[in-house]
Design a protein around this ligand. Structure first.
Ligand code: UDX
Ligand code: ADP
Length: 474
């Protein structure tokens, strides 16, 4: 096989990374067969659903890309072994959550799914296969993958047919909610690897739509470390602005004005300076903890402590919001109704992994509140999993303490509420009719806006009391 003419790709893992990434590759490279496989049958069934509004993940623009390529050169299935054996290139896009037990628990990544994939690739591959790490992985994972790939069960192979492998690192920098735009027009594509032929084979795929000057070739280790570092830097910016937000609240400054003033310095730049309830998502916390673990492992405790603080500040930000709300509502929320607007970790996604809404809701439930949760895209069954508590039947018991239920509309969530807490910056929350909504609430009613989405004039004209994150009082 000529490496630079990849004809068939297999992607293991049909999640938030694997699904959209492969859809865009298939869309842009119609001559390449792209098989996306996953062990989760329900997820695969949803990717194959003729009703494109039922794809397993919500991403603006994803439905159109899937519609163009699915059934042509993009296929979703549970036939993992078959897809691996027919592929020239295998992407590993499985989940790598933080370890819960054993060495490195709470910090290191759990690589059991990556290892399982490597073993399966070793067993099923034929000829030469390029294995691409797409999941975010700790530095030097490629060594482990390579070690597993290099000991295939040779008894099934004649000497001529012993499979061979090259391992590349090609981290994905897409952000959820803008995944398709990020994939179609990336700032850069990073490819790390030692085997030049394999690197160029992957470069040739991206060259279908990405200009050559945006494709960076590096050592494997640099590529793996760059992904962790990029996420650590981005998360650090959010913790920095959130720290300043708390200072603004106590000193009478406004964090949005400070963000504008510092962001216009071209060395700092204006992006990623929105104060909020803390960062969520599957990557930031996990990747920083991973970096912290690596620093300890390599004997750099000061560096580990430095990055640890970014996560500590984020946890503090979430718990201070819950505490502040209780304090403003006369020190108690027991049996009070609180509307939570937004449960996703950011707008334009149905993903709730590490969403600040989880910790904040749990804290308020612990304080005895009755939460009415609204989100335009998150499924209530996901909220139940996140809160590890069944929803109450609506209005079953007005005196009930420490409950939650889901509402289909904002109006329903606000009925009889003492406060509304906005946690996700969904566009529809910017256009609410507060004059009407205020009439549904119990006075004195509060609006806690952690995302700067409401118009303060409208809120005060509606007779509501506004607390806005990062805005100090004069
Ligand atoms: C992130 C990285 O951006 C992406 O490159 C990487 O591949 C995966 O991790 P993602 O988690 O999808 O992407 O979303 P992102 O837009 O980075 O937001 C992460 C969190 O930070 C969200 O909770 C968001 O609300 C928060 N955030 C972001 C802020 O609070 N303020 C900001 O200014 C920006
Ligand atoms: P990400 O955000 O990194 O894409 P997800 O959790 O959304 O993470 O997706 C990872 C997917 O990988 C899941 O759908 C999971 O079922 C799948 N997966 C994990 N291990 C394997 C495996 N050994 N073979 C096939 N699929 C796997």
């Amino acid at each position: 096989m000529m490496l630079n003419s990849i004809q068939s790709i297999c992607c293991i893992g049909a999640g938030y990374v694997g699904g959209p990434t492969m859809a865009v590759i298939a869309d842009r490279c119609p001559e390449i067969m792209v098989n996306v496989v996953d062990l989760n049958e329900d997820r695969i069934a949803a990717w194959n659903d003729p009703d494109l509004s039922r794809l397993p993940i919500y991403e603006p623009g994803l439905d159109a890309v899937v519609q163009r390529a699915r059934g042509r050169n993009l296929f979703f299935s549970c036939e993992v072994d078959e897809a691996i054996s027919s592929a020239d290139m295998v992407f590993i896009s499985v989940n790598t959550p933080t370890k819960r037990k054993g060495v490195g628990a709470g910090q290191a990544s759990d690589l059991r799914w990556v290892e399982a994939c490597a073993r399966q690739v070793a067993k099923c591959s034929k000829g030469h296969t390029v294995v691409v790490e797409k999941s975010t992985l700790p530095v030097r994972t490629a060594v482990a993958i390579k070690a597993i790939l290099d000991i295939p069960s040779r008894k099934n192979h004649t000497n001529d047919s012993i499979p061979t492998f090259s391992v590349l690192s090609n981290p994905e920098f897409l952000a959820e909610g803008t995944a398709i735009a990020d994939l179609e027009n990336p700032d850069r594509v990073l490819i790390g690897g030692d085997n030049q032929e394999a690197v160029e084979a992957l470069v040739n795929i991206y060259k279908h739509w990405v200009s050559e000057d945006k494709i960076l070739r590096t050592k494997l280790w640099s590529s793996e470390l760059s992904k962790l570092t990029a996420n650590a830097f981005l998360a650090q910016r959010i913790s920095s602005i959130n720290a300043v937000a708390a200072l603004c609240e106590t000193t009478g400054a406004d964090v949005r004005e400070v963000a504008l003033a510092i962001g216009t310095d071209s060395r700092i730049g204006s992006k990623f300076l929105n104060a909020g309830p803390g960062f969520g998502g599957s990557c930031f916390k996990k990747d920083i903890l991973n970096l912290v673990y690596l620093c300890h492992y390599f004997g750099l405790p000061e560096v580990a402590d430095y990055w640890s603080k970014v996560v500590d500040l984020n946890t503090w930000q979430q718990s201070r919001i819950a505490r502040l709300l209780v304090q403003k509502l006369f020190g108690t929320v027991t049996a009070k109704r609180i509307a939570i607007l937004g449960f996703a970790f950011k707008a334009n996604t149905n993903d709730t992994r590490e969403s600040p809404a989880i910790r904040i809701s749990l804290d308020l439930i612990e304080e005895g509140a009755q939460l009415a949760i609204h989100d335009p895209k998150v499924d209530p069954t996901q909220i139940e999993l996140d809160l590890k508590q069944q929803p109450s039947t609506v209005d079953s018991n007005l005196l009930a303490e420490g409950t939650w239920h889901f509402t289909d509309s904002v109006e329903e969530a606000l009925k009889g509420a003492d406060a509304v807490l906005i946690l996700t910056e969904w566009e529809e929350y910017r256009r609410l009719n507060w004059a009407f909504l205020a009439s549904l609430m119990r006075a004195p009613a509060w609006v806690f806006d952690t995302r700067s989405v409401v118009d303060s004039k409208q809120i005060s004209e509606a007779g509501l009391i506004l607390w806005r994150l990062g805005q100090g009082e004069d």
